[in-house]
Design a protein. Structure first.
Length: 426
């Protein structure tokens, strides 16, 4: 009996030590690994969910269930959030990973059939509250365009007739895009030390709901795709060169890999779940990066002097073209209102397309393409305009204005390599 009791006490002591040792092993790094594995596992059930992964190959799942195990995934998410609250570590790192996990949980719920309103979804997935604009607000912006594009016919007809003069001929598309990317890359390299091996592959594709996409491959490599379903205006060359490349998505992911994944060992950044707070910073910085690389009149001068001639376009109307484009840019939130109403079920697809034709002056084919984007990416639309506005305010309120280019590039880089979401930069 005595020996049995002693054996039991020894066993309990060993078990207790083992338990304590096991608890000690729960660190931010171990949580990060579990998060990556979980995200990759969920990604098997939605091809859009994982936008990029460049971590260890052995972390990839080797099997999947026939049916989405939503309850199990949600349980794992909740467990990781609880673990994060109980371990020591960088406060900003912990805060960001919790927000990412909340988004992961929300996406699993949506994949399992749960429906959120547009605003609820945006808050849970992107940590942001989308602003609301009235129809009267957009009507007032259209009046400004009426003054710039005076003439006969409806405003959409006049607008599209005007901008169709600035379409890049298909046979010159590659030359124009590669020239724009080369210039954006040169301007970025003047301020940032990127890895010597960084590079990209450029492809032209069709049958997509988006105009351009960056598939980051890891090791400072990207695949950039440009959708040629619809005609591409000259202004899109700089837009996409910066947004998808320099200093946009390609640079953002390269710097994350260089500084957070390799530099700090934060493996959670080796996976990029698309529907998450990281996307608002990614898309917002990619759009604001256009202004960083080509501030103010510099862009117009470069396009007039270099890209217009390459495309065989008349540069005499360039000033009017960019005046129109600036006004169209202010109408970008009309797309959010169309998405909100369409996804909330208060607008049909046809009504949403008609709204886009009126308030974003889209031609019918482009308006319908945009509704396809709403179907596929839902409230993701807020990341482009709201994201840009939040990033712009964050940078410029700290002195990163156009006249202080060195300061602007410095603050922009700091933003890219820090664990930020919408609420942390407001």
């Amino acid at each position: 009996m005595k020996n049995t009791l002693q054996f039991a006490l020894i066993f309990l002591a060993i078990f207790s030590c083992a338990k304590k040792e096991e608890e000690k092993l729960v660190t931010m790094d171990s949580i990060a690994e579990d998060y990556v594995r979980l995200t990759l596992n969920i990604g098997q059930y939605d091809s859009d969910f994982v936008d990029a992964y460049y971590g260890p190959e052995e972390w990839r799942p080797d099997s999947k269930q026939d049916v989405l195990p939503a309850e199990d995934f949600i349980k794992q998410v909740n467990g990781l959030i609880s673990q994060i609250q109980s371990v020591e570590g960088d406060i900003e790192r912990k805060r960001m990973l919790v927000k990412q996990l909340i988004a992961v949980r929300t996406k699993v719920e949506m994949m399992d059939g749960k429906v959120y309103s547009f605003d609820e979804e945006a808050k849970l997935l992107y940590d942001a509250k989308p602003p609301t604009y009235s129809e009267a607000y957009f009507d007032s912006l259209l009046m400004s365009l009426e003054n710039v594009l005076a003439g006969e016919g409806s405003l959409p007809e006049r607008y599209n007739a005007f901008v169709n003069e600035f379409i890049i001929p298909m046979e010159k598309l590659d030359t124009v895009f590669r020239t724009a990317i080369k210039e954006a890359r040169m301007r970025t390299n003047a301020y940032y030390k990127l890895p010597d091996n960084e590079n990209f592959v450029l492809e032209y594709v069709t049958d997509k709901s988006w105009s351009g996409y960056n598939y980051y491959q890891g090791n400072s490599q990207s695949l950039i795709q440009i959708n040629t379903d619809l005609p591409i205006q000259i202004s899109r060359a700089i837009d996409l060169a910066c947004h998808e490349g320099y200093p946009g998505h390609h640079v953002f992911n390269t710097l994350l890999e260089q500084n957070l994944v390799n530099g700090k060992g934060w493996k959670e950044y080796s996976v990029y779940p698309l529907f998450s707070p990281q996307s608002l910073i990614a898309e917002g910085s990619a759009n604001y990066g256009i202004d960083v690389a080509f501030p103010g009149a510099e862009r117009i001068k470069y396009e007039r002097d270099v890209l217009f001639p390459l495309a065989g376009l008349d540069a005499n109307k360039a000033d009017q073209y960019y005046e129109v484009q600036a006004l169209i840019g202010r109408l970008s939130y009309a797309g959010n209102e169309a998405a909100r109403s369409y996804l909330n079920g208060t607008m049909s697809r046809e009504e949403a397309a008609a709204w886009l034709e009126k308030y974003q002056l889209n031609e019918p084919d482009r308006a319908l393409q945009r509704t396809r984007f709403f179907d596929q990416y839902r409230s993701y639309v807020i990341n482009y305009n709201l994201g840009k506005d939040l990033v712009a305010n964050y940078i410029e309120s700290r002195g990163g204005v156009a006249e202080q280019s060195d300061k602007r590039w410095e603050l922009f880089r700091e933003l890219l390599i820090s664990p930020n979401s919408a609420s942390s930069i407001q």
